[in-house]
Design a binder for this molecule. Structure first.
Ligand code: SAM
Length: 361
């Protein structure tokens, strides 16, 4: 034990760690060193976020998408995929079901649906806010500043817009007709409007290296994001990246742990994609820095059709099954389920966790 303690402490204490240090940690191979990394990240999670496992409920309300992202099964060129758009009645039924589990955040996600009417979503947000005590997170891609403003004014609290890769060339290679600079602009607009914002990346993309991942972590630190989602790449047969190797679970977990150590108080989920590999790694994610679980409340048959990647059983579990699953996980890990809205920890008292507790300790 304690073989890499100095390195971990240096990264933890740095205002901005060096790429070389991050790369060195990401390249650790020995089990005992990786365990040390995970234990360190778990301690940072405990110090800055506490022992609560925060629950979010996601509803994927449309799988229409006009984008051509090389990794994603929703890409516009996938004509095999049956497309759907939930109506308000179906959506509110799903939200009521989610509320019945006492979950206080709904994540409304869709592909980049050109027909998503700004006023339709405005009405949905207002409806949720008037009927439920619930935070609303949006994840509907790049929209105009006016749309973002209207949704924020209607009560939307948070916005997820992952950078996927912070390397401009890598980003361009897998996002035809998209613009890296524009993505950054959208994030700036969302922040100015007062949204809590989420970023994140995909691990295992073709052309990605440990150095690129290290740079992603620096990007997360610099961006001071409220939420960061790190998940492995899972190939989809009707995407440009069909047949490629899926992202490595261990590298994904190392990146998650390191992101926790560097960013300290961001909300970091054990992503759904982590539950979709050869086994379910979400529990491992919760043990090395993650403090959030996302439960899927998209009703069937739509859930099956929101196929960003092929689903394994764990992702297709009904929400009530997930509920007993998470109760067991919490008990096992000596943690508890946090049924609050769990807003961003940025700028709150919880942030005053002893900055030095791990340094030299
Ligand atoms: N359209 C919105 C956007 O672009 O932000 C949200 C929907 S998008 C389908 C949600 C997330 O799915 C993306 O941010 C991406 O990280 C993830 N994703 C898509 N395809 C994936 C794949 N094959 N493997 C892992 N993650 C994937």
């Amino acid at each position: 034990m304690f073989k890499i303690k100095g390195l971990l402490n240096r990264v933890y204490a740095a205002r901005l760690p060096s790429i070389e240090d991050l790369e060195q940690i990401l390249s650790l191979q020995k089990d005992e060193e990786i365990e040390e990394l995970f234990a360190f990240a778990d301690k940072v999670r405990k110090d800055f976020c506490g022992d609560g496992i925060i629950l979010r409920g996601i509803i994927e309300f449309s799988n229409f998408c006009f984008r051509e992202c090389s990794y994603c099964g929703l890409n516009k060129g996938n004509h095999k995929l049956e497309r759907y758009r939930m109506d308000k009645g179906e959506l509110f039924k799903a939200i009521e079901y989610l509320a019945s589990f006492n979950i206080k955040t709904v994540v409304l996600q869709s592909g980049e649906d050109e027909r998503l009417d700004v006023l339709w979503l405005t009405d949905v947000i207002k409806g949720i806010k008037s009927r439920f005590d619930m935070a609303v997170t949006l994840s509907v891609g790049e929209r105009s500043a006016d749309d973002y403003r209207l949704w924020r004014q209607s009560g939307a609290d948070r916005y997820l817009l992952k950078i996927e890769s912070s390397d401009a060339a890598l980003y361009a290679s897998m996002h035809p007709k998209m613009d890296f600079g524009k993505r950054l602009d959208r994030l700036g607009i969302l922040r100015k409007l007062g949204y809590q914002i989420g970023s994140g990346n995909i691990i295992g993309l073709p052309g990605q290296t440990l150095k690129t991942i290290a740079r992603d972590i620096i990007f997360f630190k610099r961006g001071d994001f409220d939420m960061i989602g790190i998940g492995p790449f899972i190939p989809h047969q009707y995407s440009r990246f069909a047949g490629l190797k899926e992202g490595d679970a261990r590298i994904s977990l190392k990146a998650l742990a390191l992101t926790r150590i560097v960013t300290k108080d961001a909300h970091i989920p054990a992503t759904t994609a982590l539950g979709n590999l050869d086994k379910d790694y979400r529990r491992d994610g919760l043990k090395c820095g993650a403090n959030v679980l996302m439960l899927n409340f998209t009703p069937q048959p739509y859930r099956r059709l929101y196929e960003i990647y092929p689903h394994k059983e764990a992702v297709n579990e009904p929400a009530d099954f997930c509920n007993s699953y998470i109760d067991n996980i919490a008990k096992d890990l000596g943690r508890f389920i946090d049924y609050s809205k769990a807003d961003s920890l940025k700028g709150t008292d919880l942030r005053l966790a002893q900055e030095t507790s791990l340094v030299g300790g």
